[in-house]
Design a protein around this ligand. Structure first.
Ligand SMILES: Nc1nc2c(c(=O)[nH]1)N[C@H]1C(S)=C(S)[C@@H](COP(=O)(O)OP(=O)(O)OC[C@H]3O[C@@H](n4cnc5c(=O)[nH]c(N)nc54)[C@H](O)[C@@H]3O)O[C@H]1N2
Ligand SMILES: Nc1nc2c(c(=O)[nH]1)N[C@H]1C(S)=C(S)[C@@H](COP(=O)(O)OP(=O)(O)OC[C@H]3O[C@@H](n4cnc5c(=O)[nH]c(N)nc54)[C@H](O)[C@@H]3O)O[C@H]1N2
Ligand code: SF4
Ligand SMILES: [Mo]
Length: 795
């Protein structure tokens, strides 16, 4: 008899954005447990999903072999037939090459699951490289629902992703602000670090329609009406400017607050407008000492006089070529812009009591440095861009950016870029789907929204999307308008989907490829983001167990496909190790070192702060905006017909903006993630499903009793698009006019005798069937999934 063998394998859990350092237990070759690894910079804890990792890996519904469809699209049974990897990859390469030859590579859309909900973070940069080498500017990965606000929209204020890339320095923050973000459910490593920060005395402000997670520990919980966050942010700005609660030195030197705005045209005053014109491209501030205009040079990021001399308030008559025009500094414009948003007026719009708002403003100011994070609560609205701008401007006033305890771009381990930006022709980038309609939106960064993908597939606008190569993304379940999604994917000439499990999206594919779980594959992770120590940590994650069946990692698929597509020269001829060596080159680390230290290596890296003040040669580095400053006033947005100052706009479909709907749909419907599942995943895993077998909708006890609903009852959620069902969960922290649902339900759980449900059936359980992708944010196309309207009734 062989001896019982137990191994402890250092790893990290890649199942979600938290990427918790962990130790896997392998008994006699079987992966049996996952536990925390406190020695790892993200290893304080693992969550219930991490603990279920062995069950996920071993699940009997895992895809084990490549398969092709033999029945026509739309048939009840796709007639899946097992095929070899060679046949699968040859077919994919042949179809994609053929379609690209006929219609251009842009007719092939690439997609992936979000790296926040899956192990796609192992491979997403390589998928993007493949897409670019192939020549397609089109990538769908829920950017407009998940990353736009945190990352890309904030570049219009900061020239950098704040808070997406500039992470909250929780270890040193005086005050932490979580706005539409609940890390207790969504990012364990942030939750544990926040509890530690609060225990050492940091203050905490939470803005959320629900009192969930860390809100229970918060000094201030602001119960905002969904989708009115921009009003709340501007109401806070009103108070802070009114009380002088802003970092005057930072604001004068590093933001555009002193730049003058013409009161006649509502545009920034340009040097070449002046009676004595200066160089075009320069802007103008007011020198209070000289009583005269002074030029601001974006090249030097400053004015010729000391910042203290620049006016931040008042109105100045400036002699221009076309006469004398009164002008005001941007900060005075902002003050005027927020003037009507008194605490009382803000309370009326947002539901946040005036005194709560004022007290929170005081804490934000007096407990600096302020570190903040925003996420899903702000991403999924018709007003996301303005909301994030408002919060970014509020944050600029605190002067905490890139200071210890603020939001800091932690020093990263240097590596060679691998995303292949150099491989795609600018003429191809210009063909990104959606760019014509929203030139500043995700398409500018080569991301395609779900709605635009469906339109391209179904209506050939701006041209026909003919093929889709999808690494995971469960498009029809993740985006609103699920039925339109099904029709769009069905209309494609060719669709290949790589996944661990079948999903309603995979079911529409021509070819399905089986993917190895992160516990079965090797992956290189450079930087764990959340702290300097974490960001300096590099780990070559080792497989805990071998892949099941014939499953391959996404990376293997990408490299093998690249070779078959004739793109091997950009992929080290399919040699993944050679590619990693190239990537690691600048770090000085080798694969051998990393394999010898499977827990990873933390490179000693100092944190640099206030990098905008560092010299980049002759001048301070400043910010990567057109002015080189933090742009409270965005000419870029203004040039595209958007407000130059962040502006509150009522959600496009709310009881206030659509009084015609208010009688039938009096409730505001938002949603939130579920603790035990990642987005649309894991409903089939009994260990996770057993405690929460059905979708929930949270509502206030009064709202429930007014409708004859008791806790646990099945209820109907009616929206203007149709009706689905969920079980009532009573939550007394909610506004009685607000309810909170969950998306992602339809999958059954055979082990618990729960059948699959049709995701397209009226009165089913798929919330996104009755949520719409439109009317969306005019800048980003973000879908209004979190400020819809509904009625609730007993089933
Ligand atoms: N109503 C509503 N809709 C929402 C949201 C919401 O809050 N409310 N949230 C939105 C957000 S933030 C996001 S990010 C999207 C999420 O949408 P998606 O990015 O589609 O993510 P999931 O729904 O988690 O589905 C992930 C799929 O990828 C597969 N998968 C998991 N790991 C891997 C892997 O390593 N490789 C491959 N190839 N496949 C893998 C899973 O089996 C699953 O089929 O949904 C959005 N939709
Ligand atoms: N357990 C678990 N972890 C996950 C995921 C998961 O599905 N499950 N998904 C992963 C992914 S893809 C993402 S994007 C992250 C997201 O992580 P989070 O952003 O934390 O996700 P949510 O819990 O959906 O939303 C945060 C909060 O926003 C609130 N909210 C809803 N509407 C509004 C609003 O209009 N304004 C404000 N201020 N708040 C609002 C909700 O009540 C909720 O508490 O989590 C990742 N981690
Ligand atoms: S929070 Fe849970 S699922 Fe996410 S990485 Fe950590 S253990 Fe894995
Ligand atoms: Mo997400």
């Amino acid at each position: 008899m062989t001896e019982h063998e137990v191994r402890q394998v250092p790893t990290f859990c890649a199942l979600c954005v938290s990427r918790c350092g962990a130790t896997a237990t392998v008994e006699d070759g079987l992966f049996t447990a996952l536990g925390p690894d406190p020695a790892h910079p993200t290893g304080q804890a693992v969550c219930v999903k991490g603990k279920a990792a062995p069950a996920i890996v071993a699940h009997h519904e895992r895809l084990l072999h490549p398969m092709k469809r033999t029945a026509p699209k739309g048939a009840a049974d796709p007639g899946w037939v097992r095929i070899s990897w060679d046949e699968a990859l040859d077919t994919v390469a042949e179809r994609l090459t053929g379609i690209a030859a006929e219609s251009g590579p842009e007719a092939v859309v690439f997609a992936s699951a979000s790296p926040s909900t899956s192990a796609l973070s192992d491979s997403v940069d390589w998928i993007i490289r493949l897409r670019r080498a192939f020549g397609s500017p089109n990538f769908t990965n829920a950017m407009e629902l998940c990353g736009w606000g945190r990352h890309l929209a904030s570049t219009y204020t900061y020239g950098a992703p704040v808070p997406g890339g500039y992470m909250p320095d929780l270890a040193h923050a005086g005050c932490i602000l979580y706005w539409g973000y609940n890390p207790s459910v969504s990012r364990l490593v942030h939750a544990t670090a926040t509890v530690q920060a609060v225990n050492r005395g940091a203050r905490l402000v939470v803005v959320d329609p629900r009192r969930v997670g860390l809100a229970a520990k918060a000094d201030h919980w602001l119960r905002v009406r969904p989708g009115t966050d921009a009003a709340l942010a501007l109401g806070l700005v009103h108070v802070m400017l009114g009380r002088g609660w802003y970092d005057e030195a930072f604001v004068r030197r590093w933001t555009d607050a002193p730049l003058l705005v013409r009161t006649d045209t509502g545009r920034l005053l340009r040097a070449d407008d002046l009676a004595e014109p200066g160089p075009s491209g320069q802007r103008v501030a007011w020198d209070e000492v000289a009583g005269a205009p002074v030029l601001h040079d974006p090249a030097t990021r400053g004015c010729a006089v000391a910042p203290e001399r620049l006016a931040l308030d008042g109105r100045y008559d400036v002699a221009l070529r076309d006469g004398v025009v009164p002008c005001r500094p941007v900060l005075a414009e902002l003050r005027a812009h927020c003037e009507d948003l008194t605490p009382a007026a803000t309370a009326d719009l947002t539901g946040v009591p005036a005194e709560d708002l004022e007290r929170a403003a005081e804490t934000l100011w007096t407990s600096r440095p302020l570190a903040f994070y925003t996420w899903s609560g702000l991403e999924q609205h018709s007003t996301t861009t303005q909301t994030i701008r408002a919060i970014n401007v509020l944050y600029a006033l605190t002067g905490s950016l890139d200071t210890p305890g603020g939001n800091v771009l932690f020093t990263a381990v240097p590596t060679a870029p691998i995303d292949g930006m150099e491989l795609i022709d600018p003429a191809q980038r210009a063909k990104a789907i959606g760019l014509d309609d929203r030139p500043l939106g995700p398409a500018r960064f080569e991301f395609v929204t779900g709605e635009d993908l469906y339109t391209a597939a179904l209506e050939s606008r701006p041209y026909r999307a003919r093929a889709l190569i999808d690494f995971g993304a469960n498009l029809v379940m993740a985006h609103g308008d699920s039925a339109r999604g099904r029709d769009a994917l069905t209309s494609l000439d060719f669709f290949v989907h790589a996944d661990l499990f079948m999903s309603p999206t995979a079911a529409l594919a021509d070819i399905v490829l089986p993917v190895a779980s992160p516990f079965e594959s090797e992956a290189l992770r450079v930087g764990f983001e959340v702290s300097q120590e974490a960001q300096a940590h590099v780990q070559l994650r080792q497989p805990v167990v071998p892949p099941r069946g014939e499953a391959w990692s996404d990376l293997q698929i990408v490299f093998a496909l690249a070779v078959r597509l004739g793109l091997g020269e950009h992929f080290w001829d399919g040699d993944l190790e050679a590619a990693w060596r190239h990537q690691l080159g600048p770090s000085g680390l080798t694969l051998e070192q990393l394999r010898a230290e499977p827990r990873g290596i933390t490179v000693p890296l100092p944190t640099r702060h206030e990098k905008h003040a560092e010299s980049d040669g002759d001048h301070p580095r400043g910010f990567r905006t057109p002015s080189g400053l933090v742009e409270i006033w965005s000419e870029t947005l203004q040039d595209h017909g958007q407000p130059a100052l962040p502006t509150f706009i009522e959600p496009a479909v709310s009881p206030r903006s659509r009084p015609d709907l208010a009688e039938r749909f009096p409730l505001v419907l938002t949603c939130a993630k579920a603790q035990r599942f990642c987005e649309t995943q894991y409903r089939q895993v009994a260990e996770l499903r057993s405690a929460v077998p059905d979708p929930l909708v949270e509502l206030h006890p009064e709202a429930a009793s007014a409708r004859g609903v008791a806790a646990g009852d099945w209820v109907r959620i009616d929206t203007p698009l149709g009706s689905v069902r969920a079980r009532a969960k009573l939550n007394a922290s909610l506004d009685p006019d607000v309810v909170c649902g969950q998306h992602g339900w339809s999958q059954g759980c055979a082990d618990l005798d729960i059948p699959d449900q049709d995701p397209y059936a009226a009165d089913g359980v798929n919330l996104n069937l009755v949520l719409s992708q439109t009317p969306s944010d005019p800048v980003s196309g973000s879908s209004p999934l979190r400020s819809s309207v509904c009625q609730i009734s007993r089933c």
